[in-house]
Design a protein around this ligand. Structure first.
Ligand code: PGA
Length: 246
């Protein structure tokens, strides 16, 4: 089961050089030494996972973990350019699945995301399943929560305890136009009503250190998925510190 602390996930997307990645991970590791009431996951590009794993195995705080941004649902085979859960299992603990950028650019549909969720769980990884509407609408809560429910259907209670859902309105991602916390809370409450208490629910979309706190005061928001602001160590650490309430 995931801990009760807020879960703050940094999605680096296709950013950072190796040198940037090492400096960023090192700075976050050092900064987190005094911030304990929060769980933090760094999701760098695949190729930096191994060097960052090396940094994190050397006396890193226990609440700092590693995640991937994707995986393939098969274990191995002729899938050029893909990476499997089997390859990742000893390197990471979390994996972002079904991010809207993967839906938009790589045409991932619900069936594919569901297969990936099952594969991640089979290998003991925590899936962070992304859902979100493309345009603001009064139908958003219904649409988004049903998608989450369909993707997580057929999971056992024990499996649901390993899962996080990230509510990320597509219109808020990378635009600087974050959803108001009331809007996000309403959608997350609807997601909660469909996926149950065991699943952690995160908000993502233009989160920064100025707006991060307002989301976590809502009961149904258990953490944050942070893109752009996770690439700046000080900014990301401020988000972690505020989320920890320390
Ligand atoms: P953003 O990205 O914080 O840059 O809006 C969030 C995400 O895509 O996960």
């Amino acid at each position: 089961m995931l801990s009760r602390h807020p879960l703050i996930v940094g999605n680096w997307k296709m950013n950072t050089s190796l040198a940037d990645a090492v400096v960023l991970a090192g700075a976050i590791k050092n900064g987190l030494e005094n911030i304990s009431h929060v769980d933090v996951v760094l999701c760098p590009p695949f190729v930096w996972l191994y060097p960052i794993k090396e940094i994190l195995t050397k006396a890193a705080p226990k609440n700092l973990m590693l995640g991937a941004q994707n995986l393939h649902f098969e274990n191995s085979g002729a899938y050029t350019g893909e990476v499997s859960a089997e390859m990742l299992k000893n390197m990471i603990e979390f994996v972002i699945l079904g991010h809207s950028e993967r839906v938009k650019y790589f045409h991932e549909d619900e069936t594919i995301v569901r297969k990936k969720v099952h594969k991640a769980l089979e290998y003991g990884l925590h899936p962070i399943v992304c859902v979100g509407e493309t345009a603001k609408s009064t139908q958003a809560a219904g649409f988004v929560s049903q998608r989450a429910e369909r993707i997580l259907s057929h999971l056992s209670q024990g499996e649901l305890e390993q899962v996080a859902v990230a509510y990320e309105p597509v219109w808020a991602i990378g635009t600087g136009k974050n959803a108001s916390s009331d809007y996000a809370a309403e959608v997350c409450a609807k997601i909660r009503s469909r996926v149950g208490q065991a699943v952690k629910i995160l908000y993502g979309g233009s989160v920064n250190s100025e707006n991060s706190e307002e989301y976590l005061i809502h009961n149904n928001i258990d953490g944050l998925l942070v893109g752009g602001a996770s690439l700046k160590a000080n900014e990301f650490l401020k988000i972690c510190e505020k989320s920890a309430g320390e």
